[in-house]
Design a protein around this ligand. Structure first.
Ligand code: MLT
Length: 391
């Protein structure tokens, strides 16, 4: 295929598409696979959201193009949620834009700010889309290592000054995928100072903002003094409402950044189906949201505790994460992350994600997604325990 663009030829296969292939291949061989790979919630979208979708999909008025800037009702619902949950005021006209899932906006934001030769600061390990979007836009990712000894926060003092000067964007993501780490208000305040010093934009991926445990409630980057001056925050309905397949998210914050993303998007996509946006309004404004999300947190917390306890019994020294539905654990001595994950799949039929898939600083780790029911999770953890013996 010599006609493929340089861009596509250099593009690695998407991590989760590759894992999906392995799952299918194992299932075809008759293996009883338990997939703790991709973070795709196993529970259904709540009925009050599905019902609203059913109503809206039947209304002919919703069948044509949505407004370019998104439905006013959806933008207002996002603003109302930010006010209620974070005490942040957003202008629904200028500071909110709907996305076809937050992944779409995260991939496209680099095109709005990054010229060839520019640098974007990207956490490693991290969601692969931060680097891919940067590379597609012609920029260079400068990795910010997330190390256990620094609680999986980037050490801003260690970012080379030259890279910081060339940087247009800094991607952050807390609660963090894949490590489960959380960030303090103090850290976000330091990131605001850094952004001001180097005149860059913070892109905060807040996809897991509602998935947190032990009474911990993540804050929005926009809650921090000066946050809205320097940041655009990406939100998603996927994980909060079990809506990964619906493709609905939003970007909020700095009006210049939101406007740039809106301008870019109107040139390449035609927005989110109106019925889906109305379903999003229902999700964010229905009084049943709070009890639903609280139940979801309890469900993942129980699963987290089952998996952490099993790993500890097998000899792992890990602490329960305070956010996301992922566990991030070191591979036993003598394995690479891919080697360990391959061994577990072969021996037990359990699918894990190799840390290396999230970047070079993910080497030496694997990730467990807590997206199967308690019984299957118990079973998966038993299988792992039986396959791994620490000496
Ligand atoms: C993951 O497993 O890391 C996520 O499901 C990826 C995503 O949200 O796109």
């Amino acid at each position: 295929m010599d006609r493929l663009s340089e861009r596509i030829r250099k593009l690695p296969r998407y991590l989760f598409a590759e894992i999906d292939k392995k799952v299918k291949a194992a299932r075809q061989k008759g293996v009883d696979v338990i997939s703790l790979g991709i973070g795709d919630p196993d529970s259904p979208t709540p009925d009050f959201i599905v019902k609203r979708m059913q109503e809206e999909v039947a209304r002919a008025v919703n069948h044509n193009y949505p407004p370019d800037e998104g439905l006013a009702e959806f933008r207002e619902a996002v603003a109302a949620y930010y006010r209620r949950r974070h005490g942040v005021d957003l202008d629904p006209q200028r500071e909110v834009v709907p996305l076809i899932g937050s992944k779409e906006g995260i991939a496209h934001i680099a095109f709005c700010f990054t010229d060839p030769g520019d640098v974007n600061l990207v956490p490693d390990p991290g969601y692969p889309v931060y680097s891919i979007g940067t590379l597609f836009a012609g920029g260079m990712p400068q990795l910010m290592p997330l190390l256990r000894e620094n609680a999986f926060l980037p050490n801003l003092d260690n970012i080379p000054v030259e890279s910081a000067r060339l940087a247009k964007l800094m991607f952050l993501n807390y609660p963090n995928n894949p490590t489960g780490a959380v960030a303090s208000r103090q850290f976000f305040a330091e990131a605001v100072d850094f952004a001001r010093q180097y005149n860059l934009i913070i892109c905060h991926d807040a996809a897991y903002s509602e998935i947190a445990f032990d009474d911990y409630r993540p804050i929005s980057f926009l809650e921090v003094e000066g946050g809205k001056d320097v940041a655009i925050e990406f939100g998603s309905l996927s994980k909060t409402f079990n809506m990964t397949g619906w493709r609905l998210g939003y970007a909020v914050g700095n009006s210049m950044a939101v406007e740039a993303l809106y301008r870019f998007k109107t040139n390449i996509d035609s927005g989110v189906f109106k019925a889906i946006q109305y379903a999003g309004v229902e999700a964010l404004t229905n009084p049943r949201m709070e009890p639903f999300v609280s139940g979801l947190r309890d469900l993942y917390q129980r699963r987290r505790d089952i998996a952490v306890q099993a790993l500890q019994e097998a000899g792992w020294q890990i602490e329960p994460p305070r956010g996301t539905f992922y566990l991030w654990a070191p591979v036993p001595d003598g394995y690479t992350s891919a080697g360990f994950v391959g061994y577990i799949l072969e021996q037990t039929g359990v699918v894990l994600t190799p840390g290396r898939g999230f970047g070079k600083y993910g080497e030496g780790y694997f990730r467990i997604a807590l997206t199967v029911g308690e019984e299957r999770l118990q079973e998966a953890m038993e299988r792992i325990k039986n396959a791994v013996r620490f000496s």
